[in-house]
Design a protein around this ligand. Structure first.
Ligand code: HEC
Ligand code: HEC
Length: 314
């Protein structure tokens, strides 16, 4: 049942436009006034991210295609910047289209955005660099590099037709019921359901990315938080049989993985500068005590692993 509900939500990519009236007199009026305007009206439940095949072979189309290549083969395309063996689409599954895996569709329309972890309004480039430095344990890409702008072009393309500031029903990852996993039970789940692809040592195999160790995501990634990892795993793993684990098994295996060693993130103590860190954040921040902190591996690219909040001119 649970599975069915989430499938329906994903299939609908349904949405509630914040600030967008649905159905009311206002909408009927505009329909009767102009048929062609109505055809182009924002309809969140009908909206789908466009497909790359629809793109013309012009300069912008090429940038979007390069952006897609960068997000699907990140470590191979940006070896100097990506320290892990992950790509963006290791987590943002199906080229960023899967609703339970932090979808990239529609995201561009919500930036610039206030992010509590930063305590500031940030542009989409900074958000991409948070994933570069935290989720890929890599170095930040210069905002004026062609590569960064290609990724931004892909994100803008993936939000075509979404009004600026509009929200979709499917954003981020579904919340999990409050719980805490058991690492011993999680070890058993890992051996039975994960090791055949991610390896007994968690380092990944062939095209399967690492779950811990020097080639994995850093402690500053959302995926290093037990509840966030449990949600991703519950809905998307095992890759060939998603939805087969119970909430309990997902929490247990998430506890097992997030307790393993992984790359550090410099400056992480400055996250949530105004306080209010979620309970499962595994490092100390203002007013927050680390939840089950994992052993940390040294970070070689430390200087370029920090994305500073925008600062006023002096
Ligand atoms: C280890 C998994 C992982 C990897 C790898 C990863 N991300 Fe993310 N990303 C996440 C998670 C988790 C979120 C937060 C979703 C949420 O808000 O709960 C996120 C959020 C984002 C957002 C903001 C989404 C929003 O709704 O505001 C963008 C944009 C993004 N990632 C882009 C990228 C790009 C580009 C790459 C590659 C350079 C990348 N990510 C790599 C896990 C990952
Ligand atoms: C059939 C092979 C397979 C199995 C079994 C599998 N995974 Fe994955 N997993 C993948 C692949 C492949 C990806 C990357 C997806 C992509 O590139 O499209 C992935 C991605 C992930 C990610 C996000 C990226 C990263 O490396 O952190 C996590 C977390 C994860 N898997 C956890 C698990 C857990 C926990 C289990 C066991 C319950 C599991 N997986 C079972 C193949 C598998």
């Amino acid at each position: 049942m649970r599975r069915l509900v989430s499938t329906l939500v994903v299939a609908g990519t349904a949405a509630l436009g914040v600030g967008c009236r649905q159905g009311g007199a206002h909408e009927r009026d505009s329909v009767s006034r102009s048929g062609s305007a109505a055809a182009h009206a924002w309809n969140p439940s009908a909206w789908r991210a466009p497909t790359v095949a629809e793109l013309p072979n012009d300069s912008l189309g090429s940038a979007v295609r390069r952006g897609l290549a960068l997000v699907t083969a990140t470590a191979d395309s940006l070896p100097r910047f990506a320290a892990s063996n992950l790509s963006c689409t290791s987590c943002h599954l199906d080229e960023g289209r899967r609703g339970t895996a932090a979808p990239l569709s529609g995201v561009f329309a919500r930036y610039p955005k206030y992010i509590e972890r930063t305590g500031a309004v940030v542009p989409i480039e900074d958000r991409v660099n948070y994933c570069m430095t935290r989720s890929l344990a890599g170095s930040r890409l210069p905002n004026d590099s062609r590569e960064m702008q290609d990724i931004v072009a892909y994100l803008a393309f993936m939000a075509r037709g979404v009004p600026i500031g509009a929200h979709l029903a499917v954003e981020g990852m579904p919340a999990m019921p409050k719980d805490a996993g058991d690492t011993t039970r999680g070890g058993t789940v890992y051996r039975d359901a994960c090791a055949r692809c991610h390896g007994a040592d968690g380092a990944g195999l062939l095209k399967v990315p690492a779950l811990w160790g020097p080639k994995s995501f850093s402690i500053g990634a959302s995926m290093a938080r037990q509840e966030r990892a449990a949600s991703f795993i519950r809905h998307n793993m095992p890759f060939d049989k998603p939805g087969t684990l119970s909430d309990r098994e997902a929490y247990d295996v998430a506890a097992f993985i997030t307790a393993k060693p992984r790359p550090d993130l410099p400056d992480k103590a400055h996250d949530w500068p105004l306080g209010g860190a979620p309970a499962d954040v595994p490092y100390d921040t203002k007013g927050h005590k680390a939840f089950r902190p994992p052993p940390l591996l040294p970070r070689r690219n430390a200087a370029n692993a920090v994305v500073s909040a925008p600062r006023p001119l002096r």
